[in-house]
Ligand binder design. Structure first.
Ligand code: KIV
Length: 272
């Protein structure tokens, strides 16, 4: 029986805090469409992130920068319609919150109003403090994101591990504490040394969700297409593949093509 059938109590930001306090790990995955979101929700996922990684895995862009607020709202509303239990968090896309807290507030309100999502996520620390604070004034829960922040890829130049040097690690710790103080309900740490992530998770009272940040945090997040093996050329060390859907789909479609061409499909029972 799926977790969904046993317990339909909705996951809230408060529940995530309780989970951290009880030492219960938080399982989060990305989702961008109705059908997949329904499967992931019934399988017992705690948090669904409508990530701006949709720009890569759904739209085929090289970076997360091109996706628009309208496109994020489209993906988010599809996910929200599918979900009965999970908390749905939506990424504020590049250009919708940086540098102008009024615009950040308007973007967050559009996401909440037009998609029905439960929270937003944005990248950065001190640079976006004002935007985070302004969004929170409207009662919109905010999840932070530090470490490798893909919207800044042209500043970093590469997707390698962040905060290995002392100065960057110190800024990350300061930013994490600042985001907690301002009022973020949770924080994503992406691709940083496990020891640093562990230190941040132990010093913060809000849940810390890692991706490539080791085991000693409060939960894990992966991009759904990567963990299900739909994408095959993305092979970072932190990624564990739980299925090889590329092979399964390729075989199934190959069989379908064969059956159509050989006139095996449809048979007597498959017609009216
Ligand atoms: O957009 C995304 O998928 C993300 C996760 C990698 C955390 O931000």
């Amino acid at each position: 029986m799926s977790v969904h059938k046993k317990e339909l109590k909705k996951v809230t930001t408060h529940r995530l805090h309780e989970m951290k306090q009880n030492g219960e790990k938080i399982a989060m995955l990305t989702a961008y469409d109705f059908s997949m979101a329904r499967l992931l929700d019934s399988a017992g996922i705690d948090v669904l992130l409508v990530g701006d990684s949709a720009s890569n895995v759904m739209a085929g862009h090289e970076t997360t920068l091109p996706i628009t607020l309208d496109q994020m709202i489209y993906h988010a509303s599809s996910v929200v319609r599918a979900v009965e239990r999970a908390l749905v968090v939506v990424d504020l896309p590049f250009g919708s919150y940086q540098g102008n807290s009024g615009e950040a507030l308007r973007s967050a309100i559009r996401i909440m109003k037009e998609s029905g999502a439960h929270a937003v996520k944005l990248e950065g620390g001190a640079e976006v403090e004002e935007s985070v604070a302004r969004i929170l004034t409207a009662g919109v829960p905010v999840m932070g994101h530090l470490g490798l922040t893909p919207q800044s890829i042209y500043k970093f130049g590469t997707y390698t591990v962040r905060a290995k040097e002392e100065a960057e690690a110190k800024k990350l710790i300061d930013d994490a504490k600042l985001l907690e103080e301002v009022g973020c309900f949770a924080l994503v740490l992406e691709k940083i040394p496990a020891k640093l992530a562990s230190k941040v998770a132990s010093e913060l009272s809000i849940p810390v969700i890692g991706i490539g940040a080791g085991l000693d945090v409060d939960g894990q997040v992966l991009v759904m297409q990567d963990m299900l093996g739909i994408t095959q050329d993305f092979k970072p060390r932190f990624l564990r593949r739980y299925a090889d859907l590329q092979q399964i789909i390729t075989d199934a479609v190959g069989n379908y093509v064969h059956d159509v061409k050989s006139k095996d499909f449809p048979n007597e029972e498959e017609q009216y």
